[in-house]
Design a protein around this ligand. Structure first.
Ligand SMILES: Cc1cc2nc3c(=O)[nH]c(=O)nc-3n(C[C@H](O)[C@H](O)[C@H](O)COP(=O)(O)O)c2cc1C
Length: 193
């Protein structure tokens, strides 16, 4: 069984350390997880006025979320919270009212910062938003990461056996979590769509 995992990166930066982390995760992922990126950079700023005729990037974004078996959100922390572009994407995915694309999607959130706190406060804020959006969330393990070029190569190669082992075990737990959730609610994606 292969699971299609949509991944969202909460940073739009061309030199994003979270993008670098995503490459490392994809390299280390177990064979049953197949990743595809769900971009957030083309979404307009959320505005209720636009709901009358959803802009094409919003339609594509919602379809991509709905088509995924699970979601992995990899994001920095901005000012002790969720970066604006990512929050904007969550808001679009949740709308129009009654058409929440995120409902029921097994999801894990992790992130990297340059500091020691490793996005802990952003992840806490995400738990509140995703809880409201009816999203089953991976509880453990948590991953609060500091990304440095010595450990994370630009192409996703990880130069530390300890870090490799941690990321692999994180992905294994995520894969089990997705499997459990889909077994519990096999038609969930179709119902949400
Ligand atoms: C607007 C802004 C706010 C930030 N706030 C935090 C913060 O609250 N906590 C933190 O650990 N790092 C913070 N940083 C530093 C980020 O960890 C760092 O810029 C990191 O490289 C961002 O991730 P990215 O490279 O994937 O974009 C902030 C950076 C910016 C640009």
């Amino acid at each position: 069984m292969t699971y299609r995992i949509g991944y969202l990166i909460g940073s739009l930066s061309s030199t994003s350390i979270n993008r670098r982390l995503s490459k490392a995760l994809i390299k280390l992922a177990p064979a049953e997880l197949e990743f595809f990126e769900i971009g957030i950079g083309e979404l307009p700023l959320y505005n209720t006025d636009l709901e009358a005729k959803l802009p094409a990037p919003v339609v594509a974004f919602k379809q991509a979320i709905e088509s995924a078996d699970g979601l992995l959100i990899i994001s920095p922390e901005y000012n002790r919270s969720i970066p604006g572009p990512l929050k904007n994407a969550l808001d679009w995915g949740s709308r129009p009212w009654g058409q929440n694309s995120f409902a029921g999607k097994p999801t894990a959130v992790l992130g990297a910062s340059i500091g020691a706190i490793g996005t802990a406060v952003m992840q806490s804020a995400m738990r509140t938003v995703l809880g409201f959006l009816d999203v089953p969330q991976l509880g453990q393990p948590e991953a609060y990461l500091t990304v440095s070029p010595e450990v994370y190569g630009e192409d996703g190669t990880v130069h530390s056996e300890d870090t490799k082992a941690f990321l692999s075990s994180y992905l294994g737990a995520f894969s089990d979590f997705v499997t459990r959730n889909l077994a519990d609610t096999p038609n969930r994606g179709e119902q949400a769509a």
